[in-house]
Design a protein around this ligand. Structure first.
Ligand SMILES: [Zn+2]
Length: 479
């Protein structure tokens, strides 16, 4: 036996499709702030006799994803009932797709440490979300009772299943991130919605060419969680194997608070679900959708275009295009200012400040932000004061230019700069003597004094120049 382990990971990525109504009824999916059980009807409550009707928009979205992932899109697709008993599932079955999923055999290219890997997509099928359980007291172990809310019941889901082509937790994260980017570009997914993306991962370790037992890790709710959960699970399995033990085939639950996976139950097999065809929904023909649904520019294409069109580096193009909203913001801003300057302000300053505040780019008005960058571009605002205005604008949720005016941050005029320079010279004779005596470093102290006097609104390079002019003039007079 050697320590030559290979990690084998396959993912099932569930995302809520961003439709206005549910998958099989006309209840609104806009329930995040609603009272429990108010977005329900006989269909999504599973009452006897209620008949499901397929949401046309959800099918359109599924086809769009299928095209973007280079899938074969079936001409005829069917729904099945996946039977299991759980309180969040009022019908005791979930309508899903089984042997005739809408999308099959696609692929996704992900970049890990600057290397492209192709991950095969087995299928991307439609199904419905169950309701949600609310454990009073926080967790399932600690609560005395549990409430159930059916508002989410019937929300359209798309489940994308990869082949076990993933070789590390980091690569798994790249798969989820890349898929999320694409879905956002396709306008079928709202990444800002809590719980809109959930991942299950199948993990096994192969050793000397022999594949070990597989565990399924459930309940991963974020891309950060993907890396944490999988690192934990991979290490756990390797340790068992190193000690000569076996990995039990089972379903494990990822506890995000503790960063660990714990045994949930023995893994169900397909037969446990007693799949049978959903007789209430006729076979769905997709030909019309396939003809009508187009695919917009995707992240990779936009990245390449940004590099060519705006002359930004690979790294900056990547930063700018990973979120559609950021890329849109960049293109808005670069309409009015130099694309390189716009790139610096969006990719560096704005993203850093948003990241620091854990805020989303959606909270920033593109026009207002562009107005700020324009001031910098026109030399009416220094970089430092631009950043100050941006920070305050984000903290106070106000237009940055309002902050510039209120705090009087606009760049000092030349007259103001010259006046402040003369004052600094008068007030600091020692530094002036040092400079005139040949200590060039003394100029930095004087520049600092002028910057202080102008409240940081002077341009340091200009101050340096004006100071030298003034002092060199004196040198000549004295000499
Ligand atoms: Zn309903």
């Amino acid at each position: 036996m050697t320590d030559d382990f290979e990690v084998v990971i396959g993912l099932e990525i569930h995302v809520q499709l961003d439709t206005e109504t549910k998958m099989f009824c006309s209840c609104s999916t806009d329930y995040d702030d609603a009272e429990p059980n108010t977005h329900t009807c006989p269909v999504c409550l599973g009452l006897p006799g209620a008949l499901p009707v397929v949401n046309k928009r959800a099918v359109e979205y599924a086809v769009r994803v299928g095209k973007a992932l280079d899938c074969e899109i079936r001409d005829e697709t069917r729904f099945h009932r996946k039977n299991y008993f759980y309180p969040d599932l009022p019908k005791n079955f979930q309508i899903s797709q089984y042997d005739a999923p809408i999308n099959e055999d696609g692929s996704l290219v992900v970049s890990v440490e600057d290397e492209d890997h192709e991950i095969r997509i087995r299928r991307a099928h439609m199904e419905e979300d169950p309701g949600s359980l609310v454990h009073k007291g926080g967790s399932i172990e600690r609560s005395n009772y549990t409430l159930v809310d059916y508002n989410r019941s019937g929300t359209p889901l798309l489940e994308t299943v990869t082949e076990p082509d993933i070789r590390s937790p980091e690569e798994a994260r790249a798969v989820v991130d890349t898929l999320r980017e694409i879905l956002e570009y396709l306008d079928v997914f709202d990444a800002s919605r809590a719980g809109a993306l959930r991942v299950d991962a199948n993990v096994s370790i192969s050793q000397d060419g022999e594949t070990g037992n597989r565990t399924e890790v459930k309940n991963i709710g974020s891309t950060k969680g993907v890396v944490r959960a999988l690192r934990y699970e991979v290490t756990r399995q390797k340790n068992r194997l190193k000690r000569g033990g076996d990995v039990t085939q089972e379903t494990r639950h990822y506890d995000d608070d503790r960063g660990v996976t714990v045994t949930l139950r023995e893994k169900e097999e397909e037969k446990d679900y007693r799949y049978f065809e959903e007789a209430d929904i006729p076979v769905l023909r997709t030909t019309e959708f396939k003809d009508d649904v187009g695919v917009p520019e995707l992240p990779r294409e936009r990245r390449d275009r940004f590099r060519d069109e705006y002359g930004v580096s690979d790294e900056v193009a990547e930063k700018l295009t990973s979120r559609k909203t950021v890329a849109d913001m960049y293109e808005d801003v670069s309409e009015s200012v130099d694309p390189q300057l716009a790139a610096t302000w969006v990719a560096d300053e704005l993203l850093r400040e948003l990241n620091y505040r854990d805020a989303d780019v959606d909270t920033v008005d593109a026009q207002e932000f562009a107005a700020l960058v324009s001031l910098v571009s026109d030399d009416e605002l220094t970089d430092a004061n631009g950043v100050e205005a941006l920070r305050a604008a984000l903290d106070e949720d106000r237009p940055p230019v309002d902050i510039v005016d209120e705090r009087d941050l606009r760049a000092a005029t030349e007259d103001e700069t010259v006046e402040a320079t003369r004052e600094a010279i008068e007030e600091n004779p020692d530094a002036v003597d040092d400079y005139l005596g040949g200590d060039d470093g003394a100029i930095n102290f004087l520049v600092g004094q002028v910057m202080q006097k102008t409240g940081g609104s002077a341009d340091p390079a200009t101050v340096n120049e004006v100071l030298r002019d003034e002092l060199d003039g004196r040198k000549k007079q004295e000499g």
